[in-house]
Structures are given as C-alpha cells and as structure tokens.
Design a protein around this ligand. Structure first.
Ligand SMILES: [Zn+2]
Length: 296
C-alpha cells in the first residue's frame, strides 16, 4: 500500500476519504493514504457517467439564482445556503477573463518546489474534463512546514476551512454543507487560503497547516500566508495551487464519486494552468523529471 502511495505524487484529494468509503461508513484517518491511492485509481472504473464539462468557448454554463453568501462562524458550518460562486458569476458575467498570457506579477508560492502533479488529465484528479479525471491545479512540494507565499498581490477572501463559497462551484452547496454539518466533517477539509488577485482571477492555496493571514487582509506577492501541510487529504505535505476567474463560463465536471458521497455540486468554474502565469523555471513544466523524485 505504501509503495502504491509513493510512486504517485503528493496528490490533492480535497476531502478526507472517510465519507467516500463504500457504504458511507467513515474510515479511520490512519487508513487514509492507502484509500487515496485505491480511490484515485478506481475512479475511472466507477461506471457512473461523468459530470459534464464545458470547455472554454463551448457554451454558457447554467448558474443558480443569486443568493447572499452565508456568514461563517468559527468552528461551525456556514449558516444557511451558500451560492457564492453563483453570485460571483452573476456579478461578473458581463466581463471576460483576461487571457492568461496577459497576467503579470505572479511569483512562485514556494521558493524551490518540485512539481509533483501538473495541471491536466490525471488519475489523481477529482474533476472531469473531456470524460477524463483531471487535476485542476498544480501540486508543489518541498517539506512539511515550508513557507507558503502569496503568488500575487491581492485580498484574502477566505482563510481556513470555510472556503467552498469562494472557489467557483457551479450549483448549490446546500446539500454539501448539510452533509458536512450532519457528519461533523469540517476538520476533514483542508486549510485553504483564497486570494482575489485583483486582476479578475483568484488564487487557491490548499492543504496548509497554520495560516498567517485573515479574511480581508491585503497581501503582496511573496508575503508569507501559511505553512505547507497535508490538511484535508493528501499523501504528503504539499501545496495545491489553483487559479481561476469567476467570470469564466467554461466549467470542469466534478467526479461522480464526490457528487454521490459528498454531495458536491456537479461542476466548478474552469481553472487555468498556473504554469501559464508563474515565472518560467527550468525543470518545471515537464513531468518526466519529476514523478520519479517524489518521496511523499
Ligand atoms: Zn492538487
């Protein structure tokens, strides 16, 4: 089991596998790594039809009516319904996201990372694009508790486990929150920082241990925002870094298993490959030189 875990990558699985185990019975966290590997490789054979993915330029996604974002309470779940992604989208739908090639001011969120899982089709992904499992960000790894820096100037929208209202889910989060509240799964979620980069895009930083920023705080590129960890569910300490524009109309599908077990919405706003905006680095951008070096 350990071998299987290590040959892959320090991959992101947003949720604990507890609720995704067969029959819905929570699994002990000690069994997590093996389950992740098994889950990741079993998904393609789930037999369920994948959630639809709408690629850029292929059409307008359906969005739920606008609704106010729920206030959050420390240590508890959001109160009431949550359709922040929908509201964001309605507010920004008249705009078109800037092409990634025009985005400037980005810096690496970890000083000297390895790219352990690139953006794109992957058995470790939890999204569906063109019928394939897809990893919707980049996984960057060094060591536990390494410094995570803001990749761009911006304003913190979320810091902690109440982030789902800000990551571009398409559809209602009501059933998802109900499930988490009922099963007391808040601490199975990753620690996440969401930053409005001020250019129409948002940066997602996931799996951190301690966070050093709070909601509403202005951050500068290169500023410490937290420490590398493996909260939520991960096979090792790493940072999942994602980037998307709330005004993007393309969507990525949610893997059917997460819809069934966690009641996640059926889609999220499509992400872009962060390597399109991060400064070029020799040795990062190709997978061949990286996967063999992963040590979990
Ligand atoms: Zn990831």
């Amino acid at each position: 089991m350990a071998t299987l875990m290590l040959v892959g990558a320090a991959a992101l699985v947003w949720r604990s596998p507890a609720a995704t185990s067969a029959g819905g019975a929570p699994a002990p966290r000690s069994g997590a790594p093996g389950r992740v590997a098994a889950q990741a490789f079993a998904l393609s054979g789930s037999g369920a039809p994948p959630a639809a993915a709408v690629l850029p330029g292929q059409g307008q996604a359906a969005f739920a009516p606008t609704a106010p974002a729920p206030p959050t309470t420390p240590g508890g779940g959001p109160q009431g319904s949550a359709s922040m992604a929908s509201r964001d989208h309605a507010a920004m739908v008249a705009t078109t996201p800037a092409p990634p090639s025009t985005l400037t001011g980005y810096a690496w969120p970890i000083a000297h990372p390895r790219l352990t899982l690139p953006f794109g089709p992957s058995g470790w992904g939890t999204r569906i694009v063109d019928g394939q499992l897809f990893h919707d960000g980049v996984d960057l790894a060094t060591f536990c508790n390494d410094r995570i820096m803001a990749a761009h100037d911006g304003v913190v929208l979320a810091a902690g486990r109440h982030f789902d209202g800000y990551i571009g889910w398409v559809g209602s989060l009501d059933a998802y929150y109900r499930y988490i509240n009922t099963r007391h799964l808040w601490f199975d979620l990753p620690n996440v920082v969401i930053v409005d980069d001020g250019n129409g895009y948002r940066s997602i930083y996931a799996h951190m241990w301690k966070l050093t920023v709070r909601v509403g705080q202005h951050v500068r590129a290169g500023q410490l925002i937290g420490y590398e960890g493996m909260t939520g569910h991960a096979t090792g300490c790493h940072l999942h870094y994602g980037l998307f524009s709330p005004s993007e109309t393309a969507t990525f599908g949610t893997e059917p298993k997460s819809i069934r077990s966690w009641h996640e919405p059926p889609a999220e706003i499509a992400r872009i490959d962060p390597l399109l905006v991060l400064p070029y680095r020799k040795g990062i951008g190709g997978v061949a030189t990286l996967l063999g070096t992963e040590d979990g």
